[in-house]
Write a protein that binds this ligand. Structure first.
Ligand code: HEC
Length: 150
């Protein structure tokens, strides 16, 4: 009975998420849903830093906190890019799989930039922090340009 109830709950969640106009991820293990959720978590740590810089409200302690959250989340998406996992609702490009070395390079750039961000995370100098943050953003955008449809 408990199983039936939780399957119904899962079904409801799937149907509700399908209402967003996107098909649910019905594959075993839901690799697409997992990697997308993992990227959203990365964004939740990353975006508020950008807001701080844009609105001139740099807070060194908050910057440090968000950076450590980003570092804790940066490994999460990658293992879900399994072979043969390009299907709706994924927004990945086929090049993730057809150009694995290039994808690996984009990932290395991201790791190098986030390492540098972590290295300055204790700074009280807004410009140092912002430069390191922007360098990370460049690697997000660079990879999205080549490997994400939109
Ligand atoms: C090495 C490549 C790469 C890097 C680096 C990268 N991403 Fe992505 N990102 C992707 C790919 C590929 C997708 C599409 C995944 C899918 O839909 O299957 C994606 C999807 C996303 C999504 C959409 C999630 C959703 O709801 O569908 C967000 C948000 C995102 N990335 C944020 C970021 C941020 C922020 C950074 C940098 C801090 C970043 N990404 C760095 C490759 C990358």
């Amino acid at each position: 009975m408990k199983n039936i109830r939780s399957s119904l709950l899962l079904l409801t969640v799937l149907v509700l998420s399908a209402c967003g106009g996107e098909p649910p991820d019905n594959r075993p293990g839901q690799p697409v849903a997992h990697r997308r959720a993992a990227f959203k978590e990365i964004l939740k740590a990353f975006e508020p830093m950008g807001v701080m810089f844009r609105t001139g409200s740099f807070d060194a302690a908050k910057f440090q906190q968000l950076t450590s959250e980003l570092m804790a989340r940066r490994d999460a998406p990658w293992d879900y890019f399994l072979p043969d996992t390009l299907y709706p609702p994924s927004h990945a490009k086929a090049e993730v799989w057809s150009e694995p070395e290039k994808f690996a390079r984009a990932k290395r750039d991201f790791y190098a930039a986030t390492d540098r961000l972590a290295a300055v995370a204790g700074t009280t100098d807004k410009r140092t922090a912002e430069a390191a943050w922007s360098a990370v953003e460049t690697t997000c955008k660079g990879c999205h340009q080549d490997f994400k449809t939109r």
